[in-house]
Design a protein around this ligand. Structure first.
Ligand code: GDP
Length: 462
């Protein structure tokens, strides 16, 4: 034996973002449907919190595109799609200095064009340095569009009327212009010369399925070409991120983890961030969704597995996860003498997000580390200082912090609360001190409300 570690290329992790109603869920459903319908027998496409389009399916989809893209050869084992679209879940895919997501699809309704959450998604992707392609969705709604579900897009456009085609072009140029305003060069995918510099726009219909093979082939091609290093993984102890913390009947509190590097085994010791500091525990069971065809024959939604390799979405059951935080890093500890080191690394990472600063600023409370970090970053973008940022419900102490700030800097003497409750003990003091509390479970709306109030406050001051 050479003693060298075995390495392999893992699936890229893909997320779908975009404005509400622009078709994110429909697109993910269509992609999942395609993956299930065209997979080989025995291929597993369903993970926990994610779905895989296996290489076999990508190859079938890419075949009719070969005459347009002769160099397209699928080398990756598949694409792992995070099942839940949108910013809130994306923010939990956090990793120090970036995101666990390798690439994003920004869905834009081609008729409606850019909307507030489109812009927010672009800002977040920029900040996290996640490359993306634009799916210009709902092309079937362009006036006069003749749908061609199983025809390559470049053939289907030959069959459209000149008027319909010019409407399509007009809409695409609208998107190109908007992307330019946000600092990106963009082009329709078949006209891109340098994919490193230009964002590709793929016209699709999540309803009819048109353009989806092109979209998937493009993502596969780009990730193979530009992310080779990032996608290489080996038999290292697993690294991941906690997507969600969930109570499961018969299993207690479990965590849904996206493993982006290495191998995770039953009995591995791991560290995650908890409400009261790092949690060290041991994997009791690893659970994957039971394949649909087995559902009728067996009890339960999950099957036990001995190990998983990156990239995977897996449910981890272990003792002591009650206080685990979504958005936390997940590290397998390679050996007993490394426990303290891994606890420290985890703690350091979390203390960048949960903190109390000395200077005047707003109070931020959120349900997960990911959403809290997203709020902090939004405040930084607008140059608004943060006094206190923490996970959990709004307490009396948070109100005290805000009321101290209010005395010298009333524009910052506020509380922003994302997806958490205001405790009764806090309510009374809020009323007494007159502290504005902004509450919402959509990040951009929460921010909008505060920024609107802030601008009005500044106007009145003049
Ligand atoms: P999300 O909020 O971004 O997840 O959007 P949904 O996937 O829920 O889609 C919002 C609405 O748009 C639904 O009524 C969908 O059926 C519809 N929709 C999504 N994609 C398409 C499309 O390609 N064409 C048309 N005509 N409707 C679509």
């Amino acid at each position: 034996m050479s003693g060298e570690k075995k390495t392999w290329m893992r699936q890229p992790i893909i997320v779908v973002l975009g404005h509400v109603d622009h078709g994110k869920t429909t697109l993910l459903d269509k992609i999942r449907g395609t993956a299930v319908a065209r997979k080989e027998p025995g291929e597993i496409t369903q993970h926990v919190g994610a779905s895989v389009v296996p290489a076999s399916v990508l190859k079938k989809l890419a075949e009719p595109l070969r005459k347009y893209f002769p160099k397209l050869v699928i080398e990756i084992p598949g694409l792992l799609f995070i099942d839940t679209p949108g910013h809130e879940l994306f923010s939990n895919l956090r990793k120090r200095g970036g995101s666990v997501a390798d690439m994003a699809i920004l869905v834009v309704d081609i008729i409606e064009g850019f909307q507030p959450q489109t812009v927010e998604a672009i800002n977040i992707l920029k900040e996290k340095k996640v490359p993306f392609v634009v799916a210009a969705n709902k092309i079937d709604r362009i006036e006069g569009w003749k749908p061609h579900a199983d025809t390559p897009f470049l053939e289907s456009i030959r069959d459209q009327s000149p008027r319909t085609l010019s409407l399509l072009e007009e809409k695409i140029y609208g998107l190109v212009g908007k992307l330019y305003e946000h600092g990106f060069e963009a082009e329709r995918f078949d006209r891109v010369r340098d994919f490193r510099r230009t964002v590709a726009i793929v016209p699709i219909s999540a309803k009819t399925g048109e353009g989806i093979p092109e979209l998937l082939a493009l993502i596969a091609g780009l990730s193979q070409q530009f992310m080779k290093k990032r996608l290489v993984t080996s038999e290292e102890p697993a690294k991941g991120v906690v997507l969600e913390v969930k109570e499961e009947p018969g299993l207690g509190t479990t965590i849904d983890v996206i493993i982006y590097d290495g191998v995770l085994r039953r009995n591995d010791v791991f560290v995650v961030a908890g409400r009261n500091g790092p949690i060290v525990t041991r994997v009791r069971s690893l659970l994957m969704p039971r394949p649909l065809q087995d559902m009728r024959m067996h009890e339960g939604r999950f099957i036990n597995v001995d190990l998983v390799t990156a990239a995977t979405g897996v449910k981890v059951a272990a003792p002591g996860l009650e206080d685990a935080l979504a958005g936390s890093p997940f590290y397998v500890v390679p050996s007993d003498d490394k426990v303290e080191e891994y606890k420290r690394i985890t703690q350091e990472e979390v203390s960048q997000i949960r903190f109390r600063a000395e200077s005047d600023g707003v109070v931020l409370k959120a349900d997960t580390l990911g959403t809290l970090e997203a709020l902090i970053e939004a405040m930084r973008r607008e140059n608004i200082p943060v006094k206190l940022a923490d996970v959990g419900h709004v307490t009396r102490n948070d109100v005290i912090e805000a009321s101290v700030v209010k005395k010298s800097k009333p524009e910052y003497g506020v509380i922003l609360s994302f997806n958490v409750k205001v405790l009764p003990e806090a309510e009374e003091l809020i009323a007494k001190e007159g502290i504005p509390v902004f509450k919402h479970n959509v990040i951009y709306q929460l921010l909008e409300e505060y920024f609107k109030w802030y601008r009005e406050f500044k106007e009145q001051e003049k």
